[in-house]
Design a protein around this ligand. Sequence first.
Ligand code: NFE
Ligand code: MG
Length: 561
Amino acid sequence: MATRISIDPVTRIEGHLRVDCEVDNGHVIKAWVSGQMWRGIELILKDRDPREAWLYTQRICGVCTTVHALASVRAVENALNMEIPLNAQYIRNIICAAHAIQDQIVHCYHLSVLDWVDVTSALKNNPRKAVALAQNTSSWHLNSTQEFQAVQDRLKSFVGTNQLGIFANGYWGHPAMTLSPEANLLAFAHYLQALEVQRKASMIISILGGKTPHIQNLAVGGVANAINPDSPATLTMERLQYVKTLIDELGDFVHNVYFADVCALGASYRDWTSYGAGVTNYLSVPEFPMDTKETQFAHPGGSILAGDMGRFQPIRSFQEEYFRKGVQESVKHSWYKGDWTRNPWEEDTEPHYTDFQEDGKYSWVKAPTFYGKQTQVGPLANILCMYAAGHAPTRKYTDKALAAISQSGIGALQSTMGRHVARGIRTAVMHETLQRQWQALMDNLAKGDTKTFNRPEFPKGEVRGAGLHEAPRGVLSHWVVIKNAKIHNYQAVVPSTWNSGPRNGQDSPGPYEASLVGTPVADPERPLEVLRTVHSFDPCLACAIHVLDKDAVEIVKVRAL
Ligand code: NFE
Ligand code: MG
């Protein structure tokens, strides 16, 4: 007889997520993923000035804080066919790359590594053994006996008081936790160090963006950073050199710790490269525009069908019809009126809560599709598409990671562990991109160009725009319809919506749901393995559900299970 597991809420994510599974013979045979939170942004935007939309949309999330701001200004700029000054592109690009690195470090160490690392086992280790292990893979200066001893002492003081605090509810001693005590100690030391290191990325964002979370320097048409090499009131050479110092310090950790750790984790949990592929249609968009007209990009985008790298189709620009025509959202299984499937420009937002109906409506998340197919987005999709497009840094780090986890084919990345390894690869690539964007800004400033803004002009009548961004969790698009200089309709189709969406109009499961099928579960009372697969996507339900009931009608009383 199948056992039913209901995890509600899933923790170490952003937002409110419920996961139901049927487990039979030690494996998940069916899954439902439900967004349990109702909130809102899109309708607030109706009739507002399109130049201020980014300030509202950025509040969709406090994790991927910059990304909705950028996608929003791009949507409006796209509707107006604007050119963006080079300095503005580079400043935006530096912020985006720094944010991606910060976000992915935090996901790895603080949101997901404890699915694989047993903190309590780290107490059993002699720190010298951890040093010996670390020195096989990395030259990081904090992989020392002294550091590991200090971390172990800190951990002992936690455990000694029997007050594990944030670590109290981990699945410690679970049979699926198979790392050695020294590997556990090493990873836990990096967990603590990562808390410090991610601040360096945040400092880059706040120097250029005014603050973080939620940058203040964007504008439809460019950025609001004044540049004058000699005035301390503006962005100066001294500040930019400090940004470079932070970039270099960040790189040391990204390459010698994060990338090394995901490779080691992949090698230790090789069996997890064979579970969790799920939906194997992939989508990613080009990122890091390198010219004012947005025709050249540092990172290519595209789509891959049915996990076949030979079926790669490039997406080369923000204007590409292939992207715009392919995106639809379906509400057959979502708590909205009707069972339509529509392009985002044509959507409306009418809530219709029905309680959890397995075969009916069961989530606030809509089900996005690309040419009618459920599609996975995120670092894995991004890496596969960039690899297929021949992007040299992606090929270099992917080949390095595959060798480290003793896998010859890129197919191994289409898995639960593959999503973690892909995020590590993307972060290594991203650090090279960050360095290049900084250099591009410096080179352009050296030519005497200090322009950062073109003024937007709104025509009478209707214009439509799509703003694209490859965010840390995958493809983000904002869709705006502007009428007589006011917002007429606004929709955001968000990475976690693509991945955590319910069954679509054809009843085919979303990426989280499909990836859970086949996941082994040793103990249904402690479903660690289910969390491993769900966390590998880095869920953000705050992003995934971002609509609002404008009349503030009570939609649902929240049930605590
Ligand atoms: Ni709230 Fe986000 C990212 C966006 S969503 S974290 O990355 O857009 O899934
Ligand atoms: Mg939406």
